[in-house]
Design a protein around this ligand. Structure first.
Ligand code: CMC
Length: 438
C-alpha cells in the first residue's frame, strides 16, 4: 500500500494500490510534537490493520503529563523542563505536579506531604510475606510480589470507579514504595526492618530506612539526600515507555491499581528498560580498564555479537538524554562529598562516553548516554548494591505510573487495550488422530 499525503491540512489520504481505493484519515494536532493520524476507524473502513511491532510509530493515548522532544533532548513534565525541576524543585513537589497538573502553593504542598506521610507504614502482616522469600531473592522479585499483594491488604482503595479511592490508592503507592524497597534490602541482609519516620523528607526517610540500624544513631548526609531526591525527580515519569504502557494496558481492563503497578515493576525489570542501570555497572566492571574500551566498542558495533553498550541509546532520544546530563553533574557532587577523588568506574565511564561519542557508528545511529549511564555510579558510591538500582528506579517511577493510570481511568474515551496481529501461522486444518501423525 502506498501512502500519499493529502491535499488538505487536516487529513491524510491513503491509497491501496491493489484496488485504487483511497481513504481520508483525520490528522489530530497536539500542543507539542508530531501530529497523529487517527486510525481508529481504519479497520472498520478497510478491513486492514495497521502494523507496528514495538509501537515505533504509534501514539497509544492522549496525555497531558510529559512531553519529550527526542531530537532536541528535551523533557517536560506538565510543561516544566526537567533541568529546572531537578535544580529548583523537590520530589514531593514533582509528584504533586504530575498528579494534579500544577505546581502546588505552600499550603497545597504541605497538605500533599501530609497525605503521603500518613501512608508510609506497611500493614504489619506484610512482614510475614517477606519472610516467605529466599534471602537471596532479587529485590525486584520481592517488589513485584509485595506490591501486587497490597491489593489483598487495602480493599478500601481498589474500587477504581470511586475518585476518592483512586486518590488514596495513588497516595498509598507513592508513600509505601520506599518502605517496601528498604524492607527488601533489609531482608536480604538479615537486618531488622526499619519503620518509616514521618519527620524526614521522602528521600531522607528512604536513606534512613535503608541504611540505619536500631542499635546506632544514623545521621543523614544532606548532600546524599539531595542527590537521592534528584535521582527520584529524574526518574519520575517518561511518557509512554514500556512499563508505563504496561500499567496502562493492565489498568485498561479495570484491574486494581496495586496489581497494575506490580505489572509495571515487572516490565521495568528488563535490561532494555529499568534494568539497564544495573547492567551498566556490571558492564563497567567487566571492561575494567580504559585500555579495553576499544575492544568492547567493537563488540557493541558487531551485529553478530549480542553485546550492547548499556546506558547508551534510547527509543526516543536521538540526542543527549537531559537526565544523563544532570546525573553526570550529580556524580561529581556525590563523589566529592564522599571524599572519592578518583573513582575508577566514573573515570572509565567518562572515557567510554568520550570515545563512543567520537565514534562514527554511535554518531550515525544517534546513540547517546541515557539516564542509566551515570545513575549506577552515584548509587554505588552511596552504598547501594547493584541489585537495588532498578528498585530505586521503581520507587521513583511509581508516581509516573500512578499519574498515567489515573489519567487513563479519567479519560472518557478509554477502552480496554486490545491490539490485533498479522497472523502468519497455519491456516485451518483437520485434527489428526495420533496414529496418522508424523
Ligand atoms: N549499543 C550498540 N548498538 C546499539 C545500542 C547500544 N546500546 N542501542 C542501539 N544500537 C543500535 C542497534 O543495534 C540498531 O542498529 P541497526 O540499525 O544496525 O540494527 C540501532 O542502534 C537502533 O537500535 P534499536 O534496538 O532498533 O533501537 P530501539 O529503539 O529498539 O532500542 C534501546 C532502544 C534503549 C532498547 C537500545 O538503545 C538499547 O538496548 N540500549 C542499551 C540498554 C539501555 O541502556 N537501556 C536503557 C534505556 S533508557 C531508560 C529506560 O528506558 O528505562
Amino acid at each position: 500500500m502506498k501512502k500519499a499525503p493529502s491535499a488538505t491540512a487536516d487529513s491524510f489520504t491513503l491509497t491501496d494500490n491493489r484496488t485504487g481505493r483511497s481513504w481520508e484519515l483525520p490528522i489530530i494536532d497536539g500542543s507539542e510534537g508530531p501530529s497523529v493520524m487517527d486510525v481508529r476507524k481504519f479497520y472498520a473502513d478497510t478491513q486492514m490493520f495497521t502494523y507496528d511491532p514495538g509501537f515505533t510509530s504509534t501514539g497509544s493515548c492522549e496525555s497531558k503529563l510529559t512531553f519529550i522532544d527526542g531530537e532536541k533532548g528535551v523533557l517536560l513534565h506538565r510543561g516544566y523542563k526537567i533541568e529546572d525541576l531537578a535544580e529548583h524543585s523537590d520530589f514531593m513537589e514533582v509528584c504533586s505536579l504530575l498528579l494534579y497538573g500544577e505546581l502546588p502553593d505552600a499550603k497545597q504542598k504541605a497538605a500533599f506531604e501530609k497525605a503521603i506521610t500518613y501512608h508510609t507504614m506497611l500493614h504489619e502482616q506484610l512482614n510475614y510475606l517477606y519472610r516467605g522469600f529466599r534471602r537471596d531473592a532479587h529485590p525486584m522479585a520481592i517488589m513485584v510480589g509485595v506490591v501486587g499483594a497490597l491489593s489483598a491488604f487495602y480493599h478500601d482503595s481498589t474500587d477504581i470507579t470511586d475518585p476518592r479511592q483512586r486518590m488514596i490508592a495513588s497516595h498509598r503507592l507513592i508513600a509505601k514504595m520506599p518502605t517496601i524497597a528498604a524492607m527488601a534490602y533489609k531482608f536480604s541482609l538479615g537486618q531488622p526492618f526499619v519503620y518509616p519516620r514521618n519527620d524526614l523528607s521522602y528521600a531522607e526517610n528512604f536513606l534512613y530506612m535503608t541504611f540505619s540500624v536500631p542499635c546506632e544513631e544514623y545521621e543523614i548526609n544532606p548532600v546524599l539526600a539531595r542527590a537521592m531526591d534528584r535521582i527520584f525527580i529524574l526518574h519520575a515519569d517518561h511518557e509512554q515507555n514500556a512499563s508505563t504502557s504496561t500499567v496502562r494496558i493492565a489498568g485498561s481492563s479495570g484491574a486494581n491499581p496495586f496489581a497494575c503497578i506490580a505489572a509495571g515493576i515487572a516490565s521495568l525489570w528488563g535490561p532494555a528498560h529499568g534494568g539497564a542501570n544495573e547492567a551498566v555497572l556490571q558492564m563497567l566492571q567487566e571492561i575494567g580498564h580504559k585500555d579495553r574500551i576499544p575492544e568492547f566498542l567493537e563488540r557493541a558495533k558487531d551485529r553478530d555479537d549480542p553485546f550492547r553498550l548499556m546506558g547508551f541509546g534510547h527509543r526516543v532520544y536521538k540526542n543527549y538524554d537531559p537526565r544523563a546530563a544532570v546525573l553526570r553533574e550529580s556524580c561529581h557532587a556525590v563523589l566529592g562529598e564522599l571524599g572519592v577523588e578518583h573513582d575508577p568506574l566514573l573515570e572509565l565511564a567518562i572515557e567510554l562516553e568520550r570515545i563512543a561519542l567520537e565514534d562514527d557508528y554511535f554518531a550515525e545511529k544517534k546513540l547517546f548516554p541515557n539516564v542509566d549511564f551515570y545513575s549506577g555510579i552515584i548509587l554505588k558510591a552511596m552504598g547501594f548494591p547493584t541489585s537495588m538500582f532498578t528498585v530505586l528506579f521503581a520507587v521513583a517511577r511509581t508516581v509516573g505510573w500512578v499519574a498515567q493510570w489515573k489519567e487513563m481511568i479519567e479519560d472518557p474515551s478509554q477502552k480496554i487495550s486490545r491490539p490485533r496481529q498479522l497472523y502468519t501461522g497455519a491456516t485451518q486444518r483437520n485434527y489428526l488422530p495420533m496414529d496418522q501423525r508424523g
